[in-house]
Design a protein around this ligand. Structure first.
Ligand code: SAH
Length: 229
């Protein structure tokens, strides 16, 4: 009996099969996301479902479910899984929502949002990233994500107003066009502060009468919000 039990104990330390990505995602959600207080059931479901390893370069795949951001080329990064889940839960996604994301990057945050809302509009300033994310999202069947290359500072007026806006690059200030394009009752989450330093994640809410309030939440580090594109 003892050797058998010992065998079981030892086995539990054997790393999971590297191809068992669903198990890795379940563990990521349990240990990195639920453990830090994200409880939104839809967000947890989406994080368990979206194949994050397919959004990172092949040499980064072994780390896709680890607790940190990863490089995706062109000096950009895919955010840490917890930050993606936290930001998604903050905008209180609903199945009827139309959401704007600024900073498509790999397309991962857009895919997570697409699991929860009706349509995602996402803008990326680096042409190569916009193109590869659009292709990846289409290949994975995310037909309700629209990717556009350009400077997201101006938002996407043709599809405004948005129920929610998620900005994944750090801006020095909240771009006024994004506030204008937020629906009444809508929420925006955006890292604000100097590039290459710690920034503050801000929640911007527009109430039913159009009044805007902001709240500082947690310190974060994002790549800089660029201009021009
Ligand atoms: N949401 C991404 C993470 C992206 S990192 C993901 O899930 O993978 C931030 C991205 O914002 C980078 O790809 C960067 O090129 C882009 N970016 C920076 N400034 C921008 C701007 N003004 N408009 C649109 N995209 C911008």
């Amino acid at each position: 009996m003892l050797p058998f039990l010992l065998g079981l104990l030892l086995c539990s330390d054997v790393p999971v099969d590297t191809t068992d990505y669903a198990a890795r995602r379940a563990r990521m959600v349990r240990e990195q996301i639920e453990a830090r207080g994200v409880t939104h059931p839809g967000v947890l479901r989406a994080m368990r479902k979206v194949p994050r390893h397919l959004f990172v370069p092949e040499d980064q795949r072994p780390y896709a479910y680890h607790d940190f951001p990863l490089p995706i080329g062109y000096g950009q990064t895919i955010s840490q899984p917890f930050i993606v889940a936290y930001m998604t839960a903050l905008v209180a996604p609903e199945p009827s929502h139309r959401v704007l994301e600024i900073g498509t990057g790999s397309g991962y945050q857009a895919a997570v949002l697409a699991e929860l809302v009706d349509t995602v509009y996402t803008i990326e300033i680096v042409p190569e990233l916009a193109e590869s994310a659009a292709r990846r999202l289409a290949d994975l069947g995310y037909t309700r994500v629209r990717v556009r290359q350009g400077d997201g500072y101006e938002g996407w007026a043709a599809h405004a107003p948005f129920d929610a806006i998620v900005v994944t690059a750090a801006a020095e200030h909240i771009p006024p066009p994004l506030i204008d394009q937020l629906k009444r009752g809508g929420r925006m989450v955006i890292p604000v502060g100097s590039p290459f330093r710690t920034q503050t994640l801000m929640l911007v809410e527009k109430d039913r009468r159009g009044r805007v309030t902001t709240q500082s939440l947690v310190p974060v580090r994002f790549v800089p919000f660029r201009r021009g594109g």
